[in-house]
Ligand binder design. Structure first.
Ligand code: AMP
Length: 408
């Protein structure tokens, strides 16, 4: 289905054209029409599926369709878990609204309140915020949410994981009673379901099919390697394949710093929670503009980052939670372009790998690189697979993952 068949406001269509979108992605095909009609929606969609446009385009269109007389307070509120996401949503939605008479503002923690206060007081139509920072602004009477008619909860599963839900609920209490709520989540856990039933009214449930849990265009491979030889392997592969722009994930900030130190002769930067917001933003901008060859990121800092045209994502360490693998590689193979997810798997990580393979529903291709042979892996792999057989509880992995079959 093409965007031009939606009969959107010409100024909205113009912005979509300038983004180069013609065909809608599956989540957009399913969400835009009911959302534009005012329905509450629960959408299960990962980063990289085009979900931002799926929720923001119908809201902007409704704001055009139903102009309001007074000019007070935000009409749309989008809550998102991290600063980077808030900033990124601000840019993307600002782009969709660039020919419309609406202002878009993003507020998030990690920077001073003053600049944001000024913008809020000047008035904004679309407000994007992390929950904690928005509560601070409300406490200081910098903004009121009583005029909010459209609410989006972005990455709801992560907001639950990060313990933001009480804040989110407190914020929603302050919005108009008659509002439209769109709840987006990468996964459907019992907690997300419960939240949907609490916050949504006669909602429609939408999900992209299971195959799309990781974009179909991503090729997954892994290298079995001992933990202490991962850097050596990375350097060899970097040279051999001449990777131009790689996003590398580590599990901890310490690992990220250590890796950066080892790679310091190359154009490399880190993006993690110990860095100031400005430093993270700079690293991301330099990476996007190809000044940097390698960006080393940790989970939280990189959540949902929109880095386009990324060919390679490296899991220097496997994530602890299988679902984070899906979020990480959402950075590659986006909206039709081909991507590669490459994981370095130590002996200790075979267990996490098994959970990841179960979640994405495929066996990841193993590449045994000569010179990096590992001992006795076969036995370990068999043992882990046996322990994780459905029906058998494994304390270290199964409790972390929602194993319920996903609806087709
Ligand atoms: P999101 O899932 O919202 O983070 O979007 C992922 C990427 O897909 C972003 O870079 C968008 O600009 C891009 N995108 C979204 N919708 C479309 C579309 N219909 N056609 C092409 N690219 C799109």
């Amino acid at each position: 289905m093409i965007f031009s068949s939606l009969d959107l406001a010409p100024d909205l269509q113009k912005a979509i054209n300038s983004c180069g979108y013609e065909q809608m992605t599956p989540i957009q095909e399913q969400a835009i029409i009911p959302a534009r009609r005012g329905k509450d929606i629960l959408a299960i969609a990962q980063t990289g599926t085009g979900k931002t446009a799926a929720f923001s385009i119908p809201i902007l269109q409704q704001m055009v369709d139903k102009p309001r007389e007074d000019n007070k307070g935000p009409r749309a509120l989008i809550l998102t878990p991290t600063r980077e996401l808030a900033e990124q949503l601000g840019e993307i939605i600002g782009g969709y609204a660039k020919h419309l008479p609406f202002s878009v503002t993003a507020v998030y923690g990690g920077v001073k309140l003053g600049g944001q206060e000024k913008k809020l007081r000047a008035g904004t139509d679309v407000l994007i915020a992390t929950p904690g920072r928005l509560l601070e602004h409300i406490e200081q009477c910098n903004i009121s949410l009583s005029s909010v008619e459209f609410v989006v909860l972005d990455e709801s599963d992560r907001m639950l994981d990060m313990g933001f839900i009480a804040d989110v609920q407190a914020l929603l209490e302050l919005t108009a009673k008659k509002r439209q709520t769109l709840l987006f989540s990468a996964t459907l856990s019992p907690a997300v379901n419960e939240l949907a039933h609490k916050l949504l009214h006669k909602h429609q449930e939408i999900r992209t099919s299971k195959q799309n849990i990781t974009a179909d265009t991503v090729e997954h491979v892994l290298y079995p390697v001992e933990e202490e030889r991962k850097i050596e392997l990375f350097m060899e592969l970097l040279e051999e394949y001449n990777w131009f722009q790689v996003l590398v994930f580590t599990s901890t900030k310490e690992q990220a710093d250590k890796l950066k130190e080892k790679l310091k002769k190359l154009p490399v930067a880190t993006c993690h929670g110990d860095m100031s917001q400005g430093a993270r933003r700079r690293a991301l901008a330099d990476f996007k503009s190809a000044k940097l060859q390698i960006l080393i990121a940790t989970e939280v800092a990189a959540r949902g980052l929109d880095i386009q045209g990324l060919d390679y994502v490296i899991n220097f360490n496997l994530p602890y939670l299988a679902e984070d693998y899906v979020h990480r590689i959402g950075r590659t193979g986006r909206a039709g372009s081909k991507g590669n997810a490459i994981s370095f798997v130590s002996r200790e990580e075979e267990r996490s790998l098994d959970s990841i393979q179960r979640l994405i529903g495929q066996k990841i291709k193993r590449i045994n690189r000569p010179g990096f042979e590992v001992n006795h892996r076969e036995e370990l792999i068999k043992k882990v697979a046996k322990q994780n057989r459905p029906g058998r509880k494994n304390k270290t992995t199964q409790t972390k993952i929602d194993k319920r079959p996903r609806k087709k």
